[in-house]
Design a protein around this ligand. Structure first.
Ligand SMILES: NC(=O)c1ccc[n+]([C@@H]2O[C@H](COP(=O)([O-])OP(=O)(O)OC[C@H]3O[C@@H](n4cnc5c(N)ncnc54)[C@H](O)[C@@H]3O)[C@@H](O)[C@H]2O)c1
Length: 270
């Protein structure tokens, strides 16, 4: 396996959940990590319903805990200027950019007749447009360095399957895969790889929200969560942040693997 010591990774959504797990793994491998996050989203309709989502505060706390070789950056991935500034800040701090892990994502869960334009705009905005903006900025920087680099976009089991009440989220996650396969072919000769990681069910704050949304009348969130695992995951167990870090660590050390969408979902998709 390639030695990744000293390589520089920018991780959006790097302070919480799956992004945090990947950041801790990378840092433990001797990589330098820029952890991007957002506290207050400008769009009202996301999983946090306009509340402070604490992504930047979490990134700052994690960077402090990790110490040397870690920095937190506040940025909204739906804003082109902030994405450019986030990429520039990474390079300013660590001198270059070798890896982008695009983990920022939001979700709502609603039946089609209740789904509002604002749900569509915020979920497609963060998940799909955010992928476009962060990838565009990363490729520009990797090109400026003379080529080479690795991008991992965190799509989902919902980027490979249809899921009721998640029409807009599925659309955004399928979009990420189409985007990534296309970009992979576009930059292949420049030594830049682009892949997707497709997690199954990981018990992060995103699933706290989903369990609430999926709970049937009188059903607790814990029971709703267990029922979702039973329904969607053939192995019958949730996946972990560590599982996601395993696959991402493999991808950043695999120069000839590109244009793929890897599911880590206990057998749910193909
Ligand atoms: N948890 C799961 O089971 C699961 C399954 C499949 C895919 N995913 C995907 O994994 C990724 C990480 O999710 P998670 O489960 O760790 O939940 P999470 O809520 O902990 O992570 C999402 C992160 O995105 C950040 N974010 C949201 N909007 C942003 C914006 N506009 N700009 C910058 N950052 C923003 C949040 O602050 C948060 O840190 C998401 O893309 C999610 O869709 C999660």
């Amino acid at each position: 396996m390639a030695d990744l010591t000293g390589k520089v990774a920018l991780i959006t959504g790097g302070g919480t959940g799956i992004g945090k797990g990947i950041a801790e793994r990378f840092h433990g491998m001797g990589m330098k990590v820029a952890l991007a996050g957002l506290d207050q989203a400008s769009g009202a309709a996301n999983q946090y319903f306009g509340r402070n989502m604490g992504g930047y505060t979490a990134a700052r706390d994690l960077a402090e805990t990790l110490g040397e070789g870690a920095v937190a950056i506040e940025a909204d991935v739906t804003d082109a200027a902030q994405v450019e500034a986030m990429t520039a800040a990474t390079v300013e701090t660590f001198g270059r950019l070798d890896v982008l892990v695009n983990g920022a994502g939001v979700i709502t869960a609603k039946p089609i007749q209740e789904l509002e334009e604002a749900d569509w705009d915020s979920v497609l905005g963060v998940n799909a447009k955010g992928t476009f903006l962060t990838n565009r900025a990363a490729v520009a920087q990797m090109r400026a360095q003379g080529g080479g680099g690795c991008i991992v976009n965190i799509s989902s089991i919902a980027g490979k399957l249809g899921v009721p009440f998640l029409t807009h989220y599925c659309a955004s996650k399928w979009a990420m895969i189409g985007f990534s396969i296309s970009l992979a072919k576009e930059v292949a000769k420049e030594g830049i790889t682009v892949n997707c990681l497709c997690p199954g069910i990981v018990g992060t704050q995103m699933w706290t929200l989903l369990s609430k949304a999926f709970a049937q009348p009188g059903e607790s969130e814990e029971v709703a969560y267990a029922r979702s695992i039973e329904t969607f995951i053939p192995q019958g167990v949730p996946q972990t942040e560590g599982d996601m870090a395993d696959m991402t660590a493999f991808l950043v050390a695999a120069p000839h693997v590109t244009g793929q969408a890897f599911a880590v979902d206990g057998g749910a998709s193909h």
